[in-house]
Write a protein that binds this ligand. Sequence first.
Ligand code: CAA
Length: 385
Amino acid sequence: MFSLQLTETHEMIRQTAREFAHAEIAPTAVERDKTGEFPAEIVRKLGELGFLGMMVSPEWGGSGLDCISYVIAMEEISKVDASVGVIMSVNNSLVCWAIETYGTEEQKERYLRRLAQGEIIGAFCLSEPEAGSDATSQHTTATRDGDEWIINGTKNWITNGTTASVYLVFAQTNRELRHRGITCFLVEKGTPGFTQGAKEDKLGIRSSDTCSLGFDNVRVPDSNRLGEVGQGFKIAMETLNGGRIGIAAQALGIAAASLDAALTYAQQRHAFGRPIAELQAIQFKLADMATKLDAARLLTYRAAWLKDQHQRYVKEAAQAKLFASRVAVENALDAIQVHGGYGYVREYLVERYLRDAKITEIYEGTSEIQHIVIARELLKEYALV
Ligand code: CAA
């Protein structure tokens, strides 16, 4: 049963995130979209605010907040700049969560505290040139050599790729066991043999940095193994379940920004002797945009709430991401349509919303993968045997 009561703390988080986004992120968002510059100073301030380790326990330098708080903050930050949203999301849900859940005390002391406070940021390295959706087909290998592991391979599309200091790297340690032979390692920037490719020139979320990574006989001590040998794929999947809630929240931000822009423009722009907001064709669009946004938000809150209740949320997280990312794209398209020709040029923000929205249907599991996850969970729930 889903029963959510937002608290004063949740409202306070919303207010803080909103004010921070407007004061600190908005002034440079348009320029960074053009130049692709990484928002280093903003990320530093997000860390000071406690937004880079929102769900991490205060014992490890985090804010100790629930997943609903995280979703609320992610929506507000992404509403102003989805590039900042994904940097925040990867650090919180893919890196901090995995280390807090599977790490040793020593790993948490060494990495989690600094990650949670934004002194350093992290990256999650699962995708490869030939293993995107088919994540069990890892080609990267890790071979044991005494107390060390030697990693070889290539990772692709890594968010925070050039700016991170610590990387969660998934590698095959026993190919015969297929996904049960995958192990996760913590690799530090600067380790010999570890190289970063050029920053990708992307359609959207342009000021987040994405690159490929090379591993040429990279040696890491066994103490940098995250979790058990062979547990890596489980860690990746469990971590991505939570990550998908973060991306759903990022999508909510883009969908909400699109609605706001359409509502404003429709009341300012006149056609046929009156504001276009008085035309039913436009009103229907606005109504659909708002209704889909609310539905997406409810799905996302439900997934976050289940996670907070320590209940299974695999299906619900996938549903939230599937639907919210679709709504982000549709609302951005509708916002452009409401703006007419003005929506197609950079003078207005809505064209960026569309470019930023598209990736939410691709990363952390494409929409096609979300369908698979949802269907498999449904068939488990309603199995006839
Ligand atoms: N939660 C927990 N466990 C899961 C899971 C989930 N959502 N999905 C699969 N598993 C488990 C299965 O139970 C199975 O475990 P056992 O064998 O121990 O029972 C194991 O994983 C393998 O699953 P399947 O046999 O079903 O394997 P498959 O190949 O048929 O399907 C998949 C696996 C669901 C398609 C998986 O590969 C997948 O999720 N792919 C998408 C990968 C992805 O999301 N990549 C995103 C990259 S990261 C990123 O984008 C970050 C960024 O920088 C922004």
